[in-house]
Design a protein around this ligand. Structure first.
Ligand code: ATP
Ligand code: MG
Length: 427
């Protein structure tokens, strides 16, 4: 009898026919071409998780036994990217990218001594790419629900870490000891919050306790990744739940102590906490209406509006006071200067904007984000938003033809003001 793929790796196969109409046809094509060429190829990660949970995947990632150069040889429209982890990006019409990653194992896992083949392979490693087998690639991932592979032709979910029962129980479990996994990469803590909030999942109690216990480790994480993950918490239509969890776990006190203190002191801020969560609700509603995330500057304004405004209130030099508030945040989470500056200007202009006296400001790049921020503020305070439409048409009329910095920018309301590239993954 021919040995089955993955024999002896502790694999559990589940027969599951995912709805093919929800699977991206280009991603399916890529998988099938790799398989025809004799490689293993699976849909992996977020797309499998989302399909199993009944939500719509954002993108479709593929893991394969093929090396990046093999992938490049099979697809004309392929670019190999990344230095630490080389990945193949296959480009399709309309800017769609299907990411194909070669199986890799966690760099800490030593190759078994008696396995000369694995050692040979190790010698061939280029840069930090530690290639591995499918099961090793599953085990290096963060959460069990993120480690499921889908075999398109056999219509099977491949499960090496018990993720399938956790999908059924809608609960987040780390692969292995949560304390170790959060210490290895504290950003996983924010990822757990994101998945719990966005997909409405429970967090397993030991995982939850480890999040509380290890929250201080976030101070050691790469700051641009922190910025990126905070944005993701607000972009996915579940900003309210995300921020609530972040606060409850005590991670907000590590990342944004200014905001955590503000929320902790609801009495002193006269319901500031309730207003803050109404802002987050407004963001979630708008995100759903629009079918996509709001401008990054608008999101950060909603996040920091009140504590920032409070720090400027009654200051002799409000601009200096604003930077005294913002500079430590720029430092701590790598908040881009451009967003910090925009945030300060928007918060300063809002009272005049609300009074219909913003004048020339309506001609600037910040007009549309500021109007959106005002709308969120009015909603949070339970006030009428009647003025918003009028301000929007005024701003549209006042808009300069094309400003060099905002070409393709946010005037239409949908396109983001700042959109970082996908950062290289760890793990
Ligand atoms: P989303 O829907 O937000 O894209 P995702 O699960 O696809 O969610 P990605 O950031 O796109 O998240 O990562 C793809 C996969 O890579 C994850 O599903 C997970 O298996 C793995 N991964 C990502 N980040 C980490 C990490 N920090 N540690 C371990 N594995 C990770
Ligand atoms: Mg993804």
């Amino acid at each position: 009898m021919i040995a089955e793929r993955h024999d002896g790796t502790g694999l559990v196969r589940h027969d599951v026919a995912l709805d093919e109409s929800l699977i991206d046809p280009d991603a399916a094509k890529v998988v099938r071409r790799l398989e025809r060429a004799g490689f293993q190829a699976y849909l992996v990660g977020g797309c499998v998780r989302d399909l199993l949970l009944g939500s719509k995947p954002k993108d479709f990632d593929i893991a394969t036994s093929a090396r990046p150069e093999d992938v490049k040889g099979l697809f004309r429209n392929c670019r190999v990217i990344g230095r630490r982890f080389r990945l193949a990006h296959i480009l399709f019409q309309g800017g769609k990218v299907v990411e194909v990653a070669t199986f890799r194992r966690s760099p800490q896992t030593e190759a078994p001594e008696d396995d000369s083949e694995a050692i040979d392979e190790d010698i061939l490693i280029r840069s930090d790419n530690v290639f591995g087998e499918a099961h090793e690639d599953a085990l290096r991932r963060d959460f069990t629900i993120n480690a499921l592979f889908y075999d398109l032709d056999r219509r099977q979910v491949l499960d090496w870490c018990g993720g399938m029962p956790h999908i059924q129980g809608r609960t987040i479990h780390t692969i292995g000891d949560p304390i170790v996994r959060f210490r290895e990469d504290p950003v996983r803590l924010l990822r757990a919050i994101k998945f719990a909030a966005r997909l409405d999942l429970g967090i397993e109690p030991d995982v939850y306790d480890a999040m509380v216990g290890q929250r201080g480790e976030l101070a050691r994480a790469a700051r641009p990744r922190l910025f990126e993950e905070i944005l993701r918490l607000m972009r996915g239509g579940a900003a309210h739940r995300s921020m609530w969890l972040l606060w409850e776990i005590g991670a907000m006190a590590v990342l944004l102590p200014e905001l955590a203190a503000y929320l902790d002191d609801d009495d002193a801020t006269e319901g500031g906490g309730a207003r803050f969560f109404r802002r987050m609700d407004a963001i979630d509603r708008k995100t759903k209406q629009r079918g996509g995330p709001l401008d990054d500057g608008v999101l950060f304004t909603a996040l920091l509006h009140e504590p920032l405004a409070e720090s400027m209130l009654g200051a002799g030099d409000p601009v200096a006071a604003a930077y005294e508030f913002l500079d430590p945040i720029v430092e701590r989470i790598a908040l881009p200067r451009r967003i910090a500056d925009g945030l300060r200007r928007i918060v300063a202009i809002l009272p005049r904007l609300a009074a219909g006296r913003a004048g020339r400001f309506l001609r600037t790049d910040l007009a549309m984000p500021a109007i959106e921020a005002l709308e969120i503020d009015l909603v949070a305070r339970g006030k009428s938003t009647e003025i918003i439409e009028r301000l929007r048409s005024e701003a549209q009329l006042a808009a300069p033809a094309v400003s060099p910095r905002s070409s393709g920018g946010h005037r239409g309301g949908g396109a983001p003001h700042f959109r970082p590239n996908r950062t290289a993954r760890r793990g």
